[in-house]
Design a protein around this ligand. Sequence first.
Ligand SMILES: [Zn+2]
Length: 303
Amino acid sequence: MSSSEFITRDCPVCGSDHATVEVVSSRRAEDMEFKELGPFWYTFGEEKVFFSYARCPSCGVLYAPSFFSSEQLLKLYSNMPANMDVGAPAAIDSTQHSYFKTIADSAKLEGDYLEIGPDVGHVARHAAREGSFGKFWFFEPNEGVHAELADSVQGKPYHISSEMTDLSVVPDGSVGVAVMVHVLDHLVDPVDLLRQTRTKLRPDGVLAIVTHNEGSMLRRIMGKKWPPFCLQHPELYNPSSIAKLLHGTGFEHVDVSRAKNYFPFSFLARQAARLAGLKMDRVPLPNTVIGLRLGNMLTLARN
Ligand SMILES: [Zn+2]
């Protein structure tokens, strides 16, 4: 009864059905019932539960062959809190500003700006301030952040949609910079959205994607305790598998670099303590923000 509640799928990148299971939680999500999984959706409790991840032998992507249906995902996402799950505002802004600086190093900041999953507009705010973009196109399902997002462009023209799967409102060939920060590895069908995004880019346009890196040192050290192994990620990428995905959707040039994440020091210390089995939540710690390359990557793709 329980397993039939979830969908079963072949590799979402290349369609192969020969994947080998590689990472499993003690209790596997695919063996549980949907109604039991709610508490594991966004909390970082003592027990971790996720859908088993398997490695595709053809394209190398790590993906969950069993996963939530789109109806189930809609229910789960509509109960999400409005903000990101990690860190203080200063740390989030430092992280997102560093993403923008990397994009600005390799893209002309003109044409239109497109962002899928912009949240309150952390990156868009820098794009509006430091670039010469025409219109800002946002696809953000969380309507609770739309007002703050509209504010982030500081008077520039914008369009906000609650869609995440249909970009047809954006004119083809108009976008100079397209951005997805921690979006791609939440998508059950990444190929379709990447193809759509590619048609929106100008000939010199750049798509910038921030994802976790399942090939990172941090993942190897933490094993199945690595936080991105969770119910929110139907796929996880490494530099090689994301490059294959992007080449397969028509991008000619793909450049992957490790991205820096900024965390408040107290957050890092508590995470380290939790790994070591200590309880430090009551210990006062300084809130200094520090930058570390912690298992994320920033991928730039162009035609
Ligand atoms: Zn594959």
